[in-house]
Design a protein around this ligand. Sequence first.
Ligand SMILES: *Cc1c(COP(=O)(O)O)cnc(C)c1O
Length: 430
Amino acid sequence: MTDPTNEALFARAAGVIPGGVNSPVRAFGSVGGTPFFVARAEGPYLVDVEGRRYIDLIQSYGAIIAGHAHPVVVDAVTEAAHGGTSYGAPTEREVLIAEAIVDRVPGVEQVRLVSSGTEATMSAIRLARGVTGRDRLVKFAGNYHGHSDALLAQSGSSVAQLADDASTGAAAAVPGSAGVPAGTVATTTVVPYNVVPRLDDTVAAVIVEPVAANMGLVPPEPGFLAGLAAECARVGALLIFDEVITGFRAARGGAAEWSGVTPDLVTMGKVIGGGLPIGAFAGRAEVMAHLAPLGAVYQAGTLSGNPLATAAGLATLSLLDAAAYARLGAGAQRLAAGLQDAFDAAGVAMCARTVANLVGIFAGPVPPRNFDEAKTTDEARYARLFHAMLDGGVALAPGAYEVAFCGLAHSDEIIDEIVDVARSAAAAID
Ligand SMILES: *Cc1c(COP(=O)(O)O)cnc(C)c1O
């Protein structure tokens, strides 16, 4: 096993792993070509098995915020591993991380840890249904909430490329994947983003990405989130902010702080694990008390509150002070402005925008407000940009529906380097 190439590894992978990858977007299906296999990563860089180095704007789709292999995180994980990797009994770090979340996120009094964002949203919905005694779930077209059955209806992220759902008006949901029984999504209603739906008293919960970051980047329009909270309160439904991307990123207290709107439940993942598998859902004590062992809503996990994941999460949170958020915001502004300038100079119809400190690239003249508009993105043009950037040493996400992530390791110098690459890339495509 000496010096494997990306090509050779992908061929071997395809023999033993469906499509060669463990999450679909990684296969480069929508941009074409062979995915690079990562050998290691450091700060803003990924290095592939052929020794090529890329400035990384994927950042594990948002799980990495402090830069790859940050010494504080690596030390915390190493030290934790020496103390054992899983116990099936409670630990102090679970208390510390729950306290840290309660301290940061508006409206949150109690936290339950799980092992992924998918588990967090799935469990939050079960809890909302258990608390209200109602079944109906309302979600927004183009929002992605992980891959549990009830939520795979008109999803964003790479599901958007899999299923070309016909209608995006308020509709009984159509499964977004084979293998999801129609009955499972029969209680899911999909409505357009940025329009407050009229609810009734059959609705258990409304789940929303408070900043939509899985159909490209789409901001909530003024009044949308507050309107949702009011409509949920009117009918006694619970409002769930899916903050798996925005949590601890959009602001110290996530999009709940950023928007000034306090939901009933919040789901988290990505950043809170510092790159290790974790998720969490949280809310008022009176709502969370419906969970087992106190209440009748069952939820459990062998690896929940894992010692390495909580160590990485706590170490990451310790790095996210006010200066860090200022850096994240300034970096995102600099990147988006630089990219827009590069697109304009080359005369290509693409837009770069920021919402909070996220950066979105849209392959079209006007940035989208909802899934219908997001789907007009020119995927072929995005793919050309992607490959031109990759050739120049910058790794964008290999899909037009993902966003670009800057972290603490993306200094102004690194961002200017990205923009230089974008200038040549934009000039080379049409
Ligand atoms: C990534 C993501 C999820 C799913 O998290 P996993 O850890 O991949 O299961 C859920 N919601 C949103 C908004 C996400 O971006």
